[in-house]
Write a protein that binds this ligand. Structure first.
Ligand SMILES: NC(=O)c1ccc[n+]([C@@H]2O[C@H](COP(=O)([O-])OP(=O)(O)OC[C@H]3O[C@@H](n4cnc5c(N)ncnc54)[C@H](OP(=O)(O)O)[C@@H]3O)[C@@H](O)[C@H]2O)c1
Length: 285
């Protein structure tokens, strides 16, 4: 279901974007992947998530090619810095290289990919300097559990965090125990990665074999992947960033912006794949 999501700084995005992990790594698929991203942009999926880590910069280069034909202000480009680059000695250079590969002057959001050994205060100070320099419009984090968020928001300037990108899908709902509420109370949107269970084949198989899931997908005439996406898109305060490397998949995903699951269906999905009844460690990929 289509929703507009607002960041703490007031900027708004659609609740469906495009992931890019593994895109750009296979030269034979390059043109197809560029076409897939462009078809997503044409359908309004203008938030694109990448990282310096993905294919050692190849994903950022591919995104750069895909977006070159569009007006910069019509796009929302997110990239991530390695934890070992997230200190004063490396972050400014890392950001510059990311911008060069993307062929743009400024990132819409720059995320700390996961927590490393650089003190959070140092990373936040650097992010804020990058903002002052006009290299980034905002910043956020990724793979931060509740305690990490609490610590982040306690450092000077930590309240400028715009998002926390974490793993979230129907069969991995640990963030619903405490983290999602914490973020919602502070109006910080969560970005859901692996929303269609791209990295956990066994879990995906369990979902595929589930009769409730099968029946609901069948009732709507959609695939199970589409149902997984529709489930995440119906949540409040969440931006889903599925990765799709063909135009067909991108369009099937974009179609879920008009899909609405009934309360009854959501209840059945909740019963089949419940939220844990206690805190569990954050799942990461
Ligand atoms: N911050 C982090 O640490 C972190 C970690 C993991 C991911 N991420 C981000 O989140 C994005 C999404 O996660 P992910 O790529 O790991 O997993 P995902 O989006 O859950 O799943 C991707 C897989 O789903 C397939 N797919 C997508 N739409 C489909 C459709 N309509 N029909 C059939 N298959 C479909 C893709 O196939 P095709 O490629 O063949 O279309 C691909 O194999 C990443 O690309 C990345 O940008 C961030």
């Amino acid at each position: 279901m289509k929703q507009s999501i607002q960041f703490p700084d007031g900027r708004q995005v659609l609740n469906l974007g495009q992931g890019t992990w593994r895109l750009g790594e296979d030269a034979a698929k390059y043109d197809q992947e560029v076409a897939a991203l462009r078809s997503g942009i044409e359908s309004g999926l203008t938030l694109i998530d990448t990282a310096e880590m993905y294919g050692d910069g190849k994903s950022e280069e591919l995104v750069g090619d895909a977006i070159a034909a569009y007006q910069r202000e019509d796009l929302f480009i997110v990239s991530k810095v390695y934890p070992h680059h997230a200190g004063r000695s490396a972050i400014f250079d890392a950001c510059e290289q990311t911008l060069q590969r993307l062929g743009i002057d400024s990132l819409d959001l720059y995320l700390l990919h996961w927590r490393g050994s650089v003190p959070l205060q140092e990373t936040v100070d650097c992010f804020e300097e990058l903002k002052q320099q006009g290299k980034i419009k905002g910043w956020g984090v990724s793979n931060f559990d509740l305690e990490d968020m609490e610590e982040l928001l306690s450092v000077n300037g930590g309240d400028q965090c715009q998002t926390n990108q974490v793993l979230y899908h129907l069969a991995s709902r640990g963030t619903e125990v405490a983290l999602q509420d914490y973020l919602k109370e502070r109006n910080i949107p969560m970005m859901a990665y692996c929303p269609v269970i791209g990295q956990e084949p066994q879990l995906k198989e369990r979902v595929y074999n589930d009769q409730t899931v099968q029946a609901i997908a069948k009732a709507h005439g959609i695939s199970i992947i589409q149902l997984l996406l529709a489930f995440v898109l119906q949540k409040e305060n969440i931006i889903a960033i599925p990765k799709a490397s063909t135009e067909k998949h991108v369009q099937l995903n974009a179609d879920m912006l008009t899909m609405q699951l009934t309360e009854e269906e959501i209840k059945k999905l909740d019963a089949a794949f419940p939220v844990p009844d206690h805190r569990v460690p954050l799942s990461v990929q």
